[in-house]
Design a protein around this ligand. Structure first.
Ligand code: F6P
Length: 411
């Protein structure tokens, strides 16, 4: 018997207790379909035919409909229009890197290219992120194109933050080029904004997209670490160790500003690893109190220097805190060091290379399993598929335990 199974990859699979599709299925031109991409959003747009209910990625569901006749209409729509698209074999993939570069992006490009070729796929490199898709800067990739790059920082594909891709017109151009180039699926390596772009694009044009978390900020949900985070953490610690020498020699307080956009992972963990006296992070809404606490605890007599790692912020960056201390406690000799873009470059650490390699192979596996619109992550050492909508929620928590560890060890 024919059977239609909805594989929930978006976390938005639709089910309803009323109306069962099964009696109607034999009449439908649907073969054993196996894995089908999530249809719930389309369904909901079609007139709330189904209930939307969150489920876990990777679960298979029989579709149950509130209104079987409506449902049949929908299914014919699916069979006639969508299924060919979705079930059509993927022969060619396009890879792009987007947003801020991150060490390990090259390792990811290499892994996706080689795993794709090993699976019989044609691979195309798209230059300058979505901008290159809009401007048709696309080149066939062979295994040689990705030789000797695993150790290199930056991205051989270049990257951009495309304003045009934020417009429907820009995305339409990108889609037209994809079709013209024969690209059936897109692998996007980037951070929050890049995966948000992939999500919209995938929904608008029904294009299979797989994301890889590529950002130094580590602010994507569903993965323990993002590509580039570990390398940047090590870079910051190396800098902080050097700054400590000067801080100690001159008996100064240093405010060191690090990147992270709206996330404090880099600041918090580099503070622990460099033995800093405090970290000021956006996740802790009591930033001002943190500074007060640090000051009122006083610099221990035996301590000849202090370092405070501050997460970047347009209003309350390292300069802000340094000025406050200078004004309120003129007895302290205060300096600021903003590490800036030296945090993003450099050869990726072994951890980032391994992470990127695993995620790249995972992306090809996911595509072949019929996954769509998911970010590949690693959680508890297992490759996981995280629906875009979950990955890009900007609420990845920083463990309270890390804050406690720093507090205890900096006495
Ligand atoms: O997202 C990565 C990141 O390095 C952030 O930490 C930082 O806020 C931002 O990019 C800087 O971007 P740009 O290189 O465009 O100035």
């Amino acid at each position: 018997m024919n059977r239609l199974v909805l594989l929930c990859v978006s976390g938005e699979a639709a089910t309803s207790p009323a109306g069962d599709l099964r009696p109607h299925l034999p009449a439908l031109p649907v073969k054993e379909t196996g894995w089908l991409r999530p249809v719930s959003l389309t369904v909901l747009k079609l007139g709330n035919v189904l209930h939307g209910s969150a489920t876990h990625p990777g679960e298979a569901h029989e579709l149950k409909f509130r209104d079987p006749p409506l449902c049949i209409t929908f299914l014919y729509y699916l069979c006639g229009v969508k299924i060919q698209n979705q079930m059509g074999k993927i022969n060619c993939i396009g890879i792009l890197t987007s947003g801020g570069d991150a060490p390990g992006m090259n390792a990811a490009i290499r892994a996706v290219t080689r795993a794709g070729i090993a699976s019989g796929l044609k691979v195309k490199g798209i230059y300058r992120g979505y901008e290159g898709l809009i401007n048709n800067e696309i080149k066939d990739f062979t295994t040689e194109n990705v030789s000797n790059i695993i150790q290199r920082g930056g991205t051989i594909l270049k990257t951009a933050r495309s304003k045009e891709f934020m417009t429907p017109e820009g995305r339409k151009k990108a889609y037209d080029n994809m079709v013209e180039q024969g690209i059936d699926a897109l692998i996007v390596i980037g951070g929050n904004g890049s995966l948000a772009g992939a999500r919209i694009f995938a929904e608008e044009f029904d294009v299979p997209c797989i994301g890889l978390p590529g950002t130094i900020d580590n602010d994507l949900n569903g993965t323990d670490s993002t590509i580039g985070y570990d390398t940047t953490l090590n870079t910051i610690v190396e800098c902080a160790d050097k700054i400590r020498d000067t801080a100690t020699s001159h008996e100064r307080i240093f405010f060191i500003e690090v990147m992270g956009r709206d996330a404090g992972f880099l600041a918090q963990n580099s503070a622990i690893a460099s033995g800093a006296e405090a970290a000021i992070i956006p996740e802790d809404s009591t930033n001002a109190d943190q500074l007060e606490q640090f000051i009122s605890r006083g610099i221990r007599k035996s301590k000849s220097s202090s370092m405070v790692i501050v997460s970047e912020s347009p209003k309350c960056g390292a300069m802000y805190y340094a000025d406050r201390v200078k004004n309120e406690y003129p007895e302290f000799d205060v300096r600021v060091s903003i590490l800036g873009h030296l945090q993003r470059g450099g050869s990726p650490s072994a951890s980032d290379r391994i992470l990127a390699s695993r995620l790249g192979v995972g992306a090809i596996n996911a595509l072949q399993e019929g996954q769509r619109n998911v970010m590949i992550g690693i959680r508890n050492d297992e490759v996981v598929y995280v629906p875009f909508c979950n990955a890009i929620k900007s609420d990845k928590p920083i463990k309270k335990e890390l804050i406690n560890v720093l507090g205890i060890l900096s006495i």
